[in-house]
Design a protein around this ligand. Structure first.
Ligand code: MOS
Length: 762
């Protein structure tokens, strides 16, 4: 690690700090949920329904129950004390509300109908395969066309008279855009290890929210919250699929209680296509109206999103529509369409990502009709204030994102005619897509402890899903104390720690910063008071306010911290003067000094409520098109983001890079296909469900504008986990049009679409 080049103390905020947990992961010592093993641990395997709709007529478990090692077979009518969780306002969310094996109805292919627990995984698998289910089969509804929907379509964000404005607009676009079911494919699959000790249960989970998981599982298991502990120290990402508990957690906990033995259940990759969420299919009709000179006059965004039979999940595709552009007449309508599929879940940039595919593609089409440059169109129609909420923006530099990205790719040399740009015997095309995601400061509590061994511990019941949250805490503590990163211990991923935020909505960083800062500053203040108070201290009798804390040492304020060198391992300067804090603790006979800090949420902050809080950005994509062999590649993506102040440039850039990669997957590959006869997702594996690999990836370039947004917190930091995925697919689809002359409105873009191109040679 090249940490020796890191800036010291306060300068570390904003630096490209390598993840402090990186070596644990690369050396294989980080333990993920199902890496936990205990004496007597046994294995559970779920049995999935092989029909998409109907009822279990009979379930023959007799053979399975007699098989070697089998300890327990669970199914409808035979599962102990698993209760329904009813969501409360702001106090807990579950993914699939129906408890496991609640009745004999089958709502989707892959629904868990039974589970076997056995001494070994192999025994459990063999017994699971021996369970014979017979069904009364009905035809499942997995119709990908969502327009048969006749239910209510609530209107939101209505302003002006969009229909009248559309009717009188000289230039209009009216198109429908479709995004498919996309399945979360984090590297680490879902899994639970449940361990009971009397009335207490510990769940080793992969969850984006240990606190939420505890709240939900306390009610599912019918035990007090204080009896439930959820541990999730390392997570192989989640993309939203791990925000809220899934059924395997309830099954593992129930079985472990019944057997009084630790139970491990892993969800395999195939099951992840039915049983742990997906981004639902969307079908969005966008109507835009503009004046001849390119001023938007009307936006109508009418969309349908698919959900399961029992869960009311809406992919809010219209969330960015009311404020991205200035436009006097606008409406968004939402239709939730039920299908025989598993429960959907949030997936990186829920709502915004499919929503902006539609809106930004339509804007490109409108600009083309207007014979206007699509960047110029966006600059001309940029919003000065949030016209949806009628509030000023806390900080918005979207125009600068566009001008910066245009500069990077060399946009001024773009010729608009499809197929008109050539290089090295290939055609290339350029397209742009805008991005936005909301910002907020959610509640957080953190504690900081100055320990007698010269280390500082920081604790918070949030978790690091791979994004760099551990490192952010260490940066804040280092910035306030000068204590080297390798002497800062960050404890996360345990619900018994001070209550912290879910890693969701791109809000963890903005939530943890104020709480951690308050905690570390209070601990230091207490240290200085103690240093001045105790009789055997060299600072005895001095005013605490006259003391300072630098490089981990207490000194008098007028004394400049003297530096004798730099610690190669830890970015830290080696101080020569002052008294190390651990010496002060020893003199005072203290086992440590700790302090708590809290983050007050922005939704209760009268000042923050006066602003529209969002991050912004854009992607400029280049595709290379080889018409002779119908070969398309995304060759370059330039991403420019206005996401407030970036706390860690390395982890931050990683977020945008990873999101751009997912965006390539969305544009070109990903599509969960359900068989219309059975309701089975037929490409439920990595051979048939294509995610981008290194060989598919373009050159990626990320720029942060780095304007602090002090309405969100004192660091000016917003969040960047999700926004990077927005705007990629429309940028690529527009680049594809620019290269091939083919407009693809149904993702993913396929070779079959490109065969329609009239451009036959480069
Ligand atoms: Mo994000 S979809 O809230 O993990």
């Amino acid at each position: 690690m090249a940490t020796d080049t890191l800036p010291h103390a306060a300068g570390i905020i904003g630096a490209a700090v390598p993840r402090i947990d990186g070596s644990l992961k690369t050396s294989g010592t980080a333990r993920y949920a199902v890496d936990h093993n205990f004496p007597g641990l046994v294995h559970g395997v779920a049995v999935q329904a092989t029909i998409g709709k109907g009822r279990i007529r009979s379930l023959d478990t007799s053979a399975a129950e007699k098989m070697p090692g089998v300890l327990l077979v669970l199914h409808h009518g035979k599962i102990d004390n698993v209760y329904r969780f009813y969501p409360h306002e702001a106090d807990g969310t579950i993914s699939e509300a129906r408890p496991p094996f609640a009745d004999e109805n089958i709502y989707y292919w892959g629904q868990f109908v039974a589970a076997v627990v056995a001494e070994t995984l192999e025994q459990a698998k063999a017994a699971a395969n021996a369970i014979k289910a017979e069904y009364d089969i009905e035809k499942p509804d997995v119709n990908p066309d969502l327009s048969d929907f006749t239910g209510p379509k609530p209107e939101s964000w209505l302003r002006g008279d969009p229909d009248k404005a559309l009717a009188s607009a000289p230039v209009t676009v009216d198109e429908t855009y479709i995004t498919p079911v996309e399945t979360h494919n984090p590297m680490e699959m879902h899994g639970t290890v449940a361990v009971w000790d009397g009335d207490n249960v510990t769940l080793y989970e992969c969850t984006q929210g240990v606190v939420n998981h505890r709240v939900v599982m306390s009610e599912v298991l019918g035990v007090p919250r204080e009896n439930v502990r959820v541990i999730s120290r390392f997570i192989g990402s989640g993309f939203g699929g791990k925000l809220f508990p899934w059924t395997q957690s309830s099954i593992a906990a129930s079985a472990a209680r019944t057997l009084n033995r630790p139970v491990k259940i892993s969800v395999d990759r195939r099951m992840m296509f039915t049983s742990t969420g997906h981004r639902p299919r969307t079908q969005q009709r966008i109507r835009l109206g503009a004046t001849e000179d390119g001023k938007l006059t009307a936006i109508r965004h009418d969309f349908f999103t698919e959900t399961s039979q029992l869960d009311d999940f809406v992919e809010h595709c219209g969330e960015q529509t009311p404020f991205l552009y200035s436009c006097p007449n606008l409406v968004v309508t939402t239709g939730m369409v039920r299908r025989n599929v598993g429960a959907p879940a949030p997936m990186r940039g829920p709502g915004a990502v499919p929503g902006l595919f539609a809106l930004e593609s339509a804007v490109d089409e409108l600009a083309i009709k207007l014979k206007m440059d699509p960047v110029e169109f966006r600059l001309k129609n940029d919003a000065e204030r949030d016209e949806g909420k009628n509030l000023p923006f806390s900080s918005r530099h979207l125009k600068e994102c566009y001008t910066t990205g245009a500069e990077k790719i060399g946009w001024k040399n773009r010729t608009p005619e499809p197929g008109s740009m050539r290089r090295n015997g290939k055609i290339y095309g350029w397209g742009v897509g805008g991005a936005s995601w909301s910002a907020a400061r959610i509640p957080c509590t953190a504690s900081v402890e100055l320990c007698p061994n010269g280390r500082i511990c920081v604790r918070c019941a949030t978790q690091d899903i791979g994004t760099g949250t551990y490192t952010i805490f260490a940066q804040v503590v280092h910035a306030a104390t000068g204590v080297p990163l390798d002497r800062i211990d960050v404890f996360l991923g345990d619900s018994s720690l001070p209550e912290g935020p879910t890693s969701g909505g791109s809000m963890a960083t903005s939530a943890v910063l104020p709480a951690t800062t308050t905690a570390v500053n209070s601990a230091v203040t207490r240290l200085l008071h103690i240093a001045a108070m105790i009789p055997n201290s060299p600072f005895h009798g001095m005013k605490p306010e006259s003391l300072a804390f630098a490089n981990g040492r207490v000194m008098q304020k007028e004394e400049e911290p003297k530096v004798v060198g730099v610690s190669l391992s830890s970015s830290s300067q080696l101080a020569a003067n002052g008294v190390p804090f651990e010496e002060v603790l020893k003199l005072a006979n203290l086992s440590g000094i700790s302090a708590m800090g809290k983050t007050a949420p922005s939704f209760e902050d009268p000042k923050a409520k006066q602003y529209s809080l969002h991050s912004y950005g854009c992607h400029f994509a280049e595709v290379e098109w080889d018409p002779e062999i119908v070969r398309l590649r995304v060759s370059r993506i330039f991403s420019v983001f206005d996401a407030g102040r970036i706390i860690n440039k390395k982890a931050g850039a990683n977020q945008i890079l990873g999101a751009a990669v997912m965006g390539v997957g969305m544009a070109l590959f990903e599509d969960t296909v359900h068989d219309s006869r059975t309701g089975q997702p037929i490409n439920n594996n990595f051979a048939d469900y294509i995610v981008p690999t290194c060989a598919d990836l373009p050159e990626l370039d990320v720029t942060f504008l780095d304007y602090p947004d002090y309405i969100v917190n004192e660091y000016g930091a917003r969040g960047i986990g999700e926004i990077g995925m927005a705007g990629v697919a429309p940028a690529i689809a527009s680049a594809v049009y620019h290269a091939t002359g083919v407009r693809v409105r149904t993702l993913p873009i396929r070779i079959e679409d490109l065969l329609k191109s009239n451009i036959r040679e480069a």
